[in-house]
Design a protein around this ligand. Structure first.
Ligand code: GRF
Length: 207
C-alpha cells in the first residue's frame, strides 16, 4: 500500500533564499504536504544553495550563459533536464532573477509559480516595493501567481496586503513585504499540494 505521493517541488532562486527557508520549514513542520526535490540557482554563491545544502536537499548551480536577464539556450536545456531528472511536479520561483519563457514554460506548462513583492497587476518588474513607495500607494503587498509568457502577468493564486506606514523607507517596507511573503508562499503551496488548484500534469504518475 502506498500513501498519496507528495508534490515534488523544484525551487529556483538567485538570492539569499529566505522564501526557500520558509517553505522548507513549513514542509518540515508538516504544514505543506510536499518535498523539495531540487534547488537550482543561476548564481554560484547564492545563499539559497547553501540553505539547501545545510538541509541535505540536492542543490545545483547551473551557469546561466551570456545573457543578463534570461537563460541562454544551453542553460535553459540544462535547467529543464535537471528538473525533469529530479521528477519535479511543480517549479517554485523564489527570487529567481531571470525571465523564463519558450522551451522552459512549454516543458513545465501550467506548473510554474512565482512570488512577486507587490499586489499585481500593480508594480510588475524589478524593486516593486520601491515602485510602490515612490508612487505613494497606501497599501501594497505580495502575490503568488502562475507564470506565463509575460513578466509577472500570470493568473493570481493568492495575495497578502501590507500597509505602507508613515515614515516607511525602501528598506522597512521591503522587510515587511518579505515577512508577508514568508507566510503567503508556504500557505499557497500547501493549498496547491492539497489540490486546491490543479497542477496541470504531474511529471510522473502516482505510484
Ligand atoms: C522576494 O522578495 C521575492 O518577492 C522576489 O525575490 C525576493 C527573493 O528573496 N521575487 P529570497 O531570496 O527568497 O530571500
Amino acid at each position: 500500500m502506498h500513501s498519496a505521493k507528495k508534490l515534488r517541488l523544484g525551487v529556483l532562486g538567485s538570492g539569499k533564499g529566505s522564501n526557500f527557508v520558509a517553505i522548507a520549514q513549513a514542509i518540515q513542520n508538516g504544514s505543506v504536504p510536499a518535498e523539495v526535490a531540487l534547488v537550482v540557482s543561476d548564481v554560484a554563491d547564492a545563499g539559497i544553495l547553501q540553505h539547501a545544502q545545510e538541509r541535505g536537499i540536492p542543490a545545483r548551480f547551473i551557469p546561466p550563459g551570456a545573457f543578463r536577464t534570461k537563460l541562454d539556450p544551453t542553460a535553459e536545456a540544462a535547467f529543464i533536464q535537471a528538473l525533469q531528472d529530479a521528477q519535479v511536479d511543480l517549479v517554485v520561483l523564489a527570487g529567481f532573477m531571470r525571465i523564463l519563457k519558450g522551451d522552459f514554460l512549454r516543458a513545465f506548462e501550467g506548473r510554474v509559480v512565482n512570488i512577486h513583492p507587490s499586489l499585481l497587476p500593480s508594480f510588475p518588474g524589478l524593486e516593486a516595493w520601491k515602485q510602490a513607495l515612490n508612487y505613494g500607494v497606501k497599501v501594497t503587498g505580495c502575490t503568488v501567481h502562475w507564470v506565463d509568457q509575460g513578466v509577472d502577468t500570470g493568473p493570481i493564486l493568492a495575495q497578502q496586503a501590507v500597509p505602507v506606514l508613515e515614515g516607511d523607507t525602501v528598506a522597512s517596507l521591503h522587510q515587511r513585504i518579505q515577512e508577508a511573503e514568508r507566510t503567503l508562499y508556504p500557505e499557497t503551496l500547501a493549498r496547491l499540494a492539497d489540490g486546491a488548484w490543479p497542477v496541470k500534469a504531474r511529471s510522473i504518475p502516482n505510484p
